[in-house]
Ligand binder design. Structure first.
Ligand SMILES: NC(=O)C1=CN([C@@H]2O[C@H](COP(=O)(O)OP(=O)(O)OC[C@H]3O[C@@H](n4cnc5c(N)ncnc54)[C@H](O)[C@@H]3O)[C@@H](O)[C@H]2O)C=CC1
Ligand SMILES: O=C(O)C(=O)Cc1ccc(O)cc1
Length: 363
């Protein structure tokens, strides 16, 4: 039996556990510092066994996944380095930053135990084992950050195991990872939170702000609902990269201030044109940093029974619909439904079926 120990069975740890559990030859052990969490992991059946003992979890493990907030990663690495681990044990993590943990682990682990940093680049604004799903990583990128002297055989062993997630595995240098992920994930989270807090202040004076806050606002601010502790740790850990990115961000904002002060319509058009062109070249519907589920929009007339018809048609074709959301903010226009699916295959089949029965689909 290959023993996999998971420290911190939350959204990420729980989702990994679900990918590995019940696979032939694998046994999954979950660790939490809290007794109540251990009971919860067992009750939900996400692990084969759970414990509050770090020793019991790590002893004899072939793979150890550290899935705690970034601010706690290095203390786990330190504690594990002082323990008698199984020779050949591979330790990895799922932290959203990679440079500091790679540096600490590189210093602490000698022969017999290998550390390879990891970052599955899929997730959501939700947290906790309640939000875990075995589908979370399907089609997403999964970054590994092996060092130049990491044994190739160990990278291969970890890669083989991670294939259970159905993610695309890529290798990136830890510092380069933090710069890129700072720009495409951490900075957008800061911007979303700052924007929501700006509107929150306006809303204290006039509650109509939140009543009218509709599609666009909700779309670009979903990630502002991320877990505060997880994000505190990510931003503090990557602060030097983020401070540089924020300088560039204030230049971008300053540019818009000038465009408006000078009434430069052509400049505004050009800014939207450039952004739209770049955005349309981004890989389509790749599950990843911001888009994490397979979804499409359907224009439907606003009359009773239509939602039932769509759900029934999809059900009859054995297409699994994971969520259906009515966009309520469209008064006096055709209603719009957002349909979510767990897999690309379900989404593709749904698009085909809905087309057949005369419902136009948008993305
Ligand atoms: N949320 C997301 O979408 C993504 C998160 N990550 C990374 O994954 C890691 C875990 O994040 P999530 O699973 O989202 O968070 P989560 O809050 O769902 O899970 C965190 C887990 O760590 C445990 N934990 C919290 N504080 C602890 C402490 N002081 N000592 C020991 N255990 C503690 C919690 O009990 C929980 O089991 C973080 O390092 C985060 O940067 C990576 C990719 C995506
Ligand atoms: O909610 C989303 O779309 C995300 O962007 C999730 C996410 C959060 C943290 C990461 O390190 C990676 C992905």
């Amino acid at each position: 039996m290959t023993k996999i120990a998971i420290f911190g069975v939350g959204l990420m740890g729980g989702s990994l556990a679900l990918c590995f559990k019940d696979k032939p030859g694998l046994t999954v052990v979950g660790h939490s510092v809290r007794e109540s969490s251990v009971t919860k992991y067992m009750e939900r059946g996400v692990v084969d066994y759970a414990t509050t003992s770090m020793h019991d979890a790590a002893e004899g493990a072939d793979f150890i996944f550290l899935c705690v907030p970034v601010g706690n990663l290095e203390e786990y690495v330190r504690e594990l380095s002082a323990m008698q681990l199984k020779p050949g044990c591979i330790i990895t993590d799922v932290g959203s930053t990679k440079a500091s943990v790679a540096k600490t682990a590189g210093r602490l682990f000698g022969s017999g135990v290998t550390f390879i940093g990891g970052h599955p680049m899929a997730g959501s604004e939700r947290s906790g084992v309640e939000a875990a799903s075995s589908y979370l990583f399907e089609n997403a990128f999964y970054v590994l950050t092996p060092a130049a002297d990491t044994p190739a055989g160990d990278v291969e062993k970890l890669t083989e195991l991670i294939r259970h997630t159905k993610a695309h595995i890529v290798h990136v240098d830890p510092e380069e990872h933090d710069e890129i992920v700072g720009a495409i994930s951490h900075l957008p989270h800061i911007i979303a939170v700052a924007l929501v807090n700006q509107i929150r202040r306006y809303n204290e004076k006039n509650p109509l702000n939140s009543v009218l806050a509709a599609g666009g606002f909700r779309d670009i601010t979903r990630i502002a609902s991320g877990d505060p502790v997880v994000w505190r740790d990510i931003l503090i850990n990557n602060s030097s990269v983020l401070l540089e990115l924020l300088k560039d961000w204030s230049m971008e904002i300053g540019y818009f201030v000038r465009l408006l002060e000078t009434g430069d319509g052509e400049g505004i058009e050009q800014a939207f044109l450039n952004a739209g062109q770049f955005r349309s070249q981004l890989p389509e519907r790749r599950k990843g940093m911001i888009h994490s589920i397979y979804e499409c929009y359907v224009d439907v007339p606003d009359h009773p029974g239509i939602i039932g018809k769509i759900a029934t048609e999809l059900g009859n074709s054995r297409i699994n619909l994971s969520n259906i959301h009515i966009i309520e903010s469209r008064e006096d226009v055709p209603g719009v439904l957002r349909l979510s699916f767990r897999t690309q295959d379900d989404l593709d089949q749904a698009v085909h079926k809905l087309g057949e029965i005369g419902f136009p689909v948008h993305f």
